[in-house]
Design a protein around this ligand. Structure first.
Ligand code: PHE
Length: 353
């Protein structure tokens, strides 16, 4: 093997040892750079005869081309390796299962509340909301239920203090009757009447529903310590039990999409209504047909309550009802355990999406 062949062989071996492009370029300089072996050989040509210059020069040139070819081959190989490494690092396993994007939905009870609001809005009712921590006055006393009244014991709840005042987690939405009516009277009271008297001037009718959360010490398959109610109130000059029957019947038939649904107004007692009635419904067909199902309490607003609204009961009269949206939801969807609504189990909730 002559010196040029050895040189080419060494260059190939050195190139092969390099692992990254920068290393290869450094090694290249050893052979082809200004101070490199090939350049040195060319310089030596000067000492040779013309004949020898020609043949030696051609041989060196050929060796140089071979080394350059080897260099380019190695450059390509390294680039290829780098690409492969990068592809491997970013590899996607297309056999992995995809990640699902979960979409939320309204809670079944929220669906019911929306439905109740839509139906009553269409009948000209406003929708109002009130506080869940309620004063003793609004929750009981203003509703004709003084501190020693036995009806309070049926409304055992969470007693708290709010800014030093006795307060409760409201046991029903009925306090909204007073809150809403008081605001309504304040807004519409004509200045002709003295401030501190019960109002008996003109005003638009009060027609409102008030949905929201309510609380009682109660827990089983059909009772939850937190539950929902929706209050209804209609106060005017000629509002009667007949109107209550009409409005509530129309509501129930629309809500359950059943024009043959039957209602029963069963005499009952509430301190804030007189007379009072429990409202039961009966489905004409389906799994619940033939049974009376209680859905609301109701009655004509008691004169004392009309007074606590700031209105003169000699002129103003009305009716109120309080229904259970949780119960309505169970009946509408055939749910048999109230607790399902509050467990947060997606297997249950996703069925309503
Ligand atoms: N607030 C009563 C309850 O919780 C229901 C009701 C509301 C009754 C309005 C009459 C009038 O049981």
């Amino acid at each position: 093997m002559n010196d040029l062949e050895t040189l080419v062989k060494n260059a190939r071996a050195d190139f092969a040892l390099t692992k990254v492009p920068a290393e290869l370029e450094n090694t290249k300089a050893l052979y082809l750079g200004k101070q490199g072996s090939v350049t040195a050989l060319m310089k030596n040509l000067a000492n040779l005869s013309i004949e020898d210059k020609k043949s030696r020069g051609a041989a060196i040139h050929e060796a140089r081309q071979t080394i350059e070819a080897a260099l380019n081959a190695r450059r390509q190989a390294l680039a290829e390796q780098a690409l492969q490494r990068q592809l491997q690092a970013q590899a996607l396993d297309v056999t992995l299962p995809g990640r699902k994007r979960l979409t939320g939905g309204l809670h079944p009870v929220s669906l019911t509340l929306e439905r109740i609001e839509a139906i009553f809005s269409s009948m000209g009712f406003d929708v109002a909301e009130g506080p869940e921590i309620e004063s003793d006055w609004f929750n009981f006393t203003a509703l004709n239920t003084p501190p020693d009244h036995p009806a309070r014991s049926m409304h055992d709840t969470f007693y708290v203090e709010n800014a030093g005042e006795p307060a409760v987690l409201r046991t029903h939405t009925s306090p909204m009757q007073i809150r809403h009516a008081v605001q309504h009277v304040k807004r519409h009271r004509s200045s002709a009447q003295p401030k501190n008297t019960l109002y008996d001037g003109d005003m638009p009718e009060i027609r409102v529903i008030a949905p929201g959360r309510t609380y009682r010490v109660d827990s089983d398959a059909t009772h939850s310590p937190m539950f929902h109610q929706c209050e209804g109130l209609w106060v005017g000059e000629n509002v009667s039990f007949k109107d209550l029957k009409y409005v509530f019947t129309d509501f129930c038939r629309t809500f359950f999409e059943s024009s043959d649904l039957v209602l029963r107004f069963r005499p009952s007692f509430f301190p804030f209504t007189e007379p009072s009635a429990e409202i039961d419904i009966q489905f004409p067909s389906g799994p619940l047909a033939g049974r009376w199902l209680e859905v609301a309490g109701s009655g004509q607003v008691h004169p004392n309550v009309i007074s606590n609204m700031g209105l003169n009961p000699e002129r103003y009269i009305g009716f109120a009802f309080g229904m259970g949206p949780d119960r309505l939801t169970m009946l509408r969807y055939g749910v048999n355990d109230l607790r399902l609504f509050f467990d947060g189990d997606l297997r249950f909730l996703s069925q309503f999406r």
